[in-house]
Design a binder for this molecule. Structure first.
Ligand code: ZN
Ligand code: ZN
Length: 374
């Protein structure tokens, strides 16, 4: 279906960079795909960020690419036939830098308003007096869990965060909200606590990084909640409702429910719609089942590794992931991934954190029924 529907307006590179495409939905609504370059390199390459422009009564844009991509995106948007003054608003799928990096520049150039989940509006702010002692107070709450060294963040992130903090955000609430005549948002936390899916007339579903083809989105960690709990009061009081693998799996199940009954739903991910010279069509139900299964298997694999004795998250990561994935910052990402699974395994009482020794298996294997019950 995807291949029959997609109209390539501008050819791009084999990973999708600099392409421009158009979808005409049966109702007549149009969605323009504007992928912007996204370079992390190495084995963790996500491919470009797919930003989507909706040509509705009020034209709006979903996401703005990574930092430095604002101008490029503006040019792409204008070549697709929408002038900067026509853009009514920008909505964010979530607050990761490869999605809101170009936001400030786009807002400056177009005067468009910004809509994002209300957690985003809280996390992009600075709290010099409320920040916990062990975090970098010079950065916004969204960065308090960041593992990148200061030499990196000072060079790459400081300016972006200062600009982002100047933005006025129109807040989108939890659950299901309406932001346009046939445009609805769904709060789907887990990959990020502020993640949204955007439904276009029940014909297309823009899923951000919550559902991706070919690659499995990484879940956040429940531990991140405890650093920002003061900032998120009083609406959010439970870590697992907005952070971590449990929140993520719950959101996947919710998305699966949303997709039920919608035939020919066009699912638009924020990465890899086109990659390595091919289109990736997503069948929502099938892909969500694969993603859930992936996490079940990863939990099982971690338990298997722990059968040999207690291990730290880093030791589990080294045993579980292939060598190339562990290079450079890869080890930190791998460790993070292990920790988010260990949080779920601790909740199911299959694992506990032993003082000095790391994680230890309890001998039980309740995680699958916990995942089923979410
Ligand atoms: Zn993301
Ligand atoms: Zn992303």
């Amino acid at each position: 279906m995807l291949q029959e529907m997609v109209e390539v307006i501008q050819e791009g590179e084999e990973n999708g960079n600099n392409m421009t495409i158009r979808f005409k939905l049966p109702s007549g609504a149009e969605i323009i795909g504007l992928p912007t370059e996204n370079f992390y390199g190495g084995e963790w390459d996500l491919g470009p960020t797919w930003n989507y422009l909706l040509l509705a009564d009020q034209p709006f844009l979903v996401d703005t690419g990574k930092s430095g991509m604002g101008r490029k995106l503006l040019t792409m948007m204008e070549s697709a036939g929408i002038s900067r003054n026509e853009l009514e608003f920008i909505v964010l799928s979530h607050g990761h830098e490869d999605h809101d990096g170009g936001l400030f520049e786009m807002v400056e150039s177009t005067g468009a308003g910004v809509k994002a989940h209300r957690i985003y509006d809280r996390l992009i702010r600075f709290y010099p007096t409320e920040a916990p002692a062990d975090v970098n107070k010079d950065f916004p709450a969204s960065c308090w869990h960041c593992f990148m060294p200061e030499s990196f963040t000072n060079q790459h992130c400081r300016g972006y965060h200062q600009e982002r903090n100047r933005l006025k955000i129109e807040q989108i609430g939890d659950g299901h909200c309406t932001i346009g005549e046939t445009i609805h948002t769904y709060h789907v936390p887990g990959h990020s606590p502020d993640a949204l899916a955007i439904s276009v007339g029940g014909e297309a579903l823009i899923v951000g990084d919550t559902v991706l083809p070919e690659i499995t989105p990484f879940p956040s960690r429940e531990a991140f909640f405890y650093q920002v709990r003061e900032i998120l009061k009083p609406q959010y009081t439970h870590a697992q409702s907005i952070y971590g693998l449990r929140a993520y799996l719950r959101s996947l199940k919710e998305l699966e429910q949303i997709g039920r009954g919608l035939t020919d739903l066009l699912v638009l991910p924020a990465h890899r719609l086109f990659y390595d010279n091919h289109w990736n069509e997503i069948n929502l139900k099938v892909r969500i089942n694969e993603l859930i299964e992936h996490h079940v298997e990863r939990c099982a694999a971690i338990l298997e590794i722990l059968k040999q004795g207690p291990k730290t998250a880093r030791e589990i990561a080294a045993a579980h992931f292939e060598e190339p994935l562990l290079k450079g910052f890869g080890i930190m990402m791998a460790e993070n991934e292990v920790l988010s699974h260990c949080e779920l395994l601790s909740a199911s009482k299959d694992v506990f954190l032993a003082e000095d020794r790391g994680f230890e298996a309890t001998g039980s294997s309740n995680f699958e029924s916990l995942i089923q019950s979410l």
